[in-house]
Design a protein around this ligand. Structure first.
Ligand SMILES: *[C@@H]1O[C@H](CO)[C@@H](O)[C@H](O)[C@H]1NC(C)=O
Ligand SMILES: *[C@@H]1O[C@H](CO)[C@@H](O)[C@H](O)[C@H]1NC(C)=O
Ligand SMILES: *[C@@H]1O[C@H](CO)[C@@H](O)[C@H](O)[C@H]1NC(C)=O
Ligand SMILES: *[C@@H]1O[C@H](CO)[C@@H](O)[C@H](O)[C@H]1NC(C)=O
Ligand SMILES: *[C@@H]1O[C@H](CO)[C@@H](O)[C@H](O)[C@H]1NC(C)=O
Ligand SMILES: *[C@@H]1O[C@H](CO)[C@@H](O)[C@H](O)[C@H]1NC(C)=O
Ligand SMILES: *[C@@H]1O[C@H](CO)[C@@H](O)[C@H](O)[C@H]1NC(C)=O
Ligand SMILES: *[C@@H]1O[C@H](CO)[C@@H](O)[C@H](O)[C@H]1NC(C)=O
Ligand SMILES: *[C@@H]1O[C@H](CO)[C@@H](O)[C@H](O)[C@H]1NC(C)=O
Ligand SMILES: *[C@@H]1O[C@H](CO)[C@@H](O)[C@H](O)[C@H]1NC(C)=O
Ligand SMILES: *[C@@H]1O[C@H](CO)[C@@H](O)[C@H](O)[C@H]1NC(C)=O
Ligand SMILES: *[C@@H]1O[C@H](CO)[C@@H](O)[C@H](O)[C@H]1NC(C)=O
Length: 572
């Protein structure tokens, strides 16, 4: 124990010895309290105060735990004091507490407190670490803290070193040297002293962490943002921040600076709505500085200003400018999208209402003529009732079929029609004629007339045969497209054959009005009615070589009927 006592004699004997005069009033010396974090089951020693300890009579010291438990000086106790030194041989978890050392000198007195916190040995608690060492040098040294190293010296113990709790062989110096330090050498280094007291071996250890810092490397300052001459959006009246981030190198402690200038003016000359905040940070040892320029409220003038970030170190300075432009607000977005929708709707409306005009215009503009390769001769076969009609209707029918229809469709529009009573050759067999002519036609025009009140009698009129054949082609074989025209307003279609009624349901008949409208004669192919008829008619033909009559009449769907033709088929 005496040995340990002498550890502390290395301190200078600063105080001159004074006579013991217990009656003298004490002049208290206030000393800072110390906090100690230690590991359980190790030997520890608290020194009241180096200078007091060495100069004084041991009887002048007394120790207490938590202010009320006196600690003995009897050496056979686990915790005892030896004058100014308090020993824990070893320290246990429940020793955690506040220990106070009272020194009552002849002229002075002191009360020094220690807060001792004991941690479990396993797992290792990082709280017991001494200050870590951050080194940039090639060969850093780690010194064993006095706490452990002092006991080793005084107690003639042996010192060993551990790295991350693994023994480093043949190291017993108080200062551990590491050669050519690299990242691999980082870790927790522990010096452990084993010393003997009255036949018992005690351990005292202290740990600290080593961090290897890469050597300082100064770079040409690099403005990472903003990119040079960049443009950022801002909203008028709103706040806006511009961030300038500059990389200066690694572990740089040199003089480095970052700042913003507005139109070449620095901070001192700014309006009050601008402010700047510069911060330094180290990310993975990279030295980065940020200058944040805050505009409390963006004004119109900011859209014509230049915001330049400058960065400099001891050697160079660089700059990067950024410009502001107004952001497209939500209102402009709304207006643009409304316009798009409106245009779309208008286009849709136009397409719906002017479909017919557009198609006709298209045919006209692109001179879409076709040369029928379908072997057909007639563009339309016209069916109408010739008998059993009211007088007025019969007259109207005569006018329409013999004058208006040929005038508009044939003369003005270049269609070729087959009209009964006009185009049938005398002597031809009626049945055969209908059959073949119909097969040679591309459309079937059915002119509807109101019932006569006499009821519908199948076979009562010769035209019924036309109708039957035509409807057969149109409905059953799907060959012919039908154009329904009504001459007078019809309230009911119930007198018509079933097939026709079906067609009427599918598409409403076109109503022909004889009245003359201003600007348009009823014979004008540009009246609403005729446009509609022309729209439903095939594309007008040019005069082509006569197809071989009656030969191999291929059955074609009405859609194929309108297929575009190769130019080869069109005559010059
Ligand atoms: C103690 O010190 C005081 C002065 O500080 C002195 O007067 C007194 O005689 C001393 N007593 C003894 C026993 O030395
Ligand atoms: C010991 O006490 C002296 C004054 O008496 C003081 O200056 C010194 O800092 C103290 N040492 C410690 C380690 O508290
Ligand atoms: C220490 O004090 C005791 C009594 O208080 C005294 O007998 C002894 O001589 C003193 N020792 C020294 C070295 O002053
Ligand atoms: C010393 O300080 C401790 C804690 O501050 C206190 O509990 C104790 O009473 C003090 N002792 C003396 C003698 O002043
Ligand atoms: C030393 O240890 C022995 C037993 O091992 C014990 O009897 C004795 O009291 C101890 N001495 C001291 C000073 O602690
Ligand atoms: C502390 O714990 C030890 C054993 O774990 C026990 O012997 C001792 O009495 C305890 N001390 C106190 C003050 O509780
Ligand atoms: C270290 O000790 C503190 C306080 O006793 C505890 O909260 C923490 O969990 C311990 N850490 C480990 C790793 O044991
Ligand atoms: C440690 O020292 C001993 C004796 O000095 C030697 O034999 C041994 O090789 C050394 N070990 C290492 C790892 O240097
Ligand atoms: C002291 O440390 C050694 C290893 O370094 C260990 O074997 C021994 O048990 C320890 N002693 C005590 C009392 O903890
Ligand atoms: C940015 O603009 C300035 C002036 O308009 C020009 O001198 C400079 O070269 C530009 N910088 C880059 C990187 O384009
Ligand atoms: C500057 O920025 C830092 C980090 O973002 C922040 O903690 C600090 O309060 C700011 N200072 C001012 C004056 O705004
Ligand atoms: C900013 O940097 C450019 C080169 O990138 C340089 O031409 C210009 O003079 C600098 N502006 C200032 C104000 O230093």
């Amino acid at each position: 124990m005496k040995d340990i006592f002498f550890i502390f004699l290395f301190s200078a004997w600063k105080f001159t010895s004074a006579q013991t005069n217990t009656s003298a009033p004490c002049k208290p010396v206030t000393l800072p309290s110390t906090r100690l974090r230690v590991t359980e089951k190790e030997a520890i020693c608290l020194i009241c105060n180096d200078s007091l300890y060495t100069k004084r009579n041991a009887t002048e010291f007394s120790w207490r735990k938590n202010g009320n438990q006196d600690i003995t000086s009897s050496e056979d106790q686990r915790i005892h004091h030896h004058g100014g030194a308090l020993f824990f041989l070893p320290v246990l978890l429940n020793d955690t507490g506040v220990y106070s050392c009272n020194w009552q000198g002849p002229e002075q007195c002191a009360n020094i407190t220690f807060e001792v916190i004991v941690y479990e040995a396993n797992p290792f608690n990082r709280s017991v670490l001494y200050t870590s060492i951050e080194e940039q040098v090639r060969n850093p040294g780690i010194t064993c803290p006095d706490f452990a190293e002092g006991l080793c010296k005084g107690g003639k113990g042996t010192l060993v070193w551990y790295k991350d709790f693994k023994l480093i062989p043949n190291e017993s110096e108080a200062k551990l040297r590491i050669n050519d330090a690299s990242k691999n050498d980082e870790g927790i280094y522990t010096c452990k002293c084993s010393w003997e007291h009255n036949g018992t071996i005690f351990n005292t250890s202290a740990s600290r962490e080593l961090k290897i810092k890469a050597p300082s490397v100064l770079y040409h300052p690099e403005i990472q943002s903003p990119k040079s001459n960049a443009t950022e959006t801002a909203e008028l009246g709103s706040p806006k921040t511009l961030v300038c981030e500059v990389f200066f190198g690694y572990n740089v402690d040199d003089f480095c600076e970052v700042w913003w200038e507005i139109n070449g003016k620095d901070k001192e000359k700014w309006e009050s709505r601008y402010s700047e905040n510069v911060t330094r940070e180290v990310k993975d040892e990279a030295s980065i500085q940020k200058a944040v320029l805050t505009i409390s409220s963006v004004s119109e003038s900011d859209f014509h200003s230049s915001f330049t970030c400058f960065a400099m170190n001891n050697h160079v300075w660089v700059n990067s400018s950024v410009f502001l432009k107004p952001r497209e607000t939500i209102y402009t977005l709304i207006i643009v999208s409304t316009c798009v929708v409106l245009v779309f709707v208008l286009a849709l409306v136009a397409l719906t209402f002017f479909r017919i005009d557009l198609v006709l215009l298209f045919r006209g503009v692109f001179r879409m003529h076709r040369c029928p390769a379908d072997g057909k001769i007639y563009d339309a076969y016209v069916i109408y009732q010739r008998h059993n009609l009211d007088k007025a209707v019969e007259e109207k029918m005569g006018r329409f079929v013999s004058t208006v229809l040929p005038d508009v469709l044939e003369r003005k529009c270049g269609y070729r029609l087959f009209i009964h009573g006009r185009d049938d050759l005398p002597g031809e067999d009626h049945m055969e004629l209908i059959e073949t002519r119909m097969k040679l036609s591309r459309r079937l025009i059915v002119i509807l007339t109101p019932g006569t009140g006499r009821g519908y009698e199948p076979g009562a009129v010769p035209e019924d045969y036309d109708r039957q054949v035509g409807l057969h082609h149109a409905l059953v074989q799907g060959e012919l497209r039908v154009i329904l025209i009504e001459l007078v307003k019809m309230d009911s279609y119930s007198h018509l054959p079933q097939g026709l009624q079906h067609l009427v349901l599918k598409s409403a008949p076109l109503r022909w009005k004889e009245e003359r409208r201003k600007g348009h004669s009823p014979h004008s192919p540009h009246s609403r009615f005729w446009k509609h008829v022309r729209y439903m008619m095939p594309v007008p033909t040019v005069i082509c070589a006569r197809p071989r009559r009656h030969k191999t009449l291929k059955q074609k769907s009405p859609l194929e009927d309108q297929s575009p033709l190769s130019p080869m088929e069109v005559l010059p």
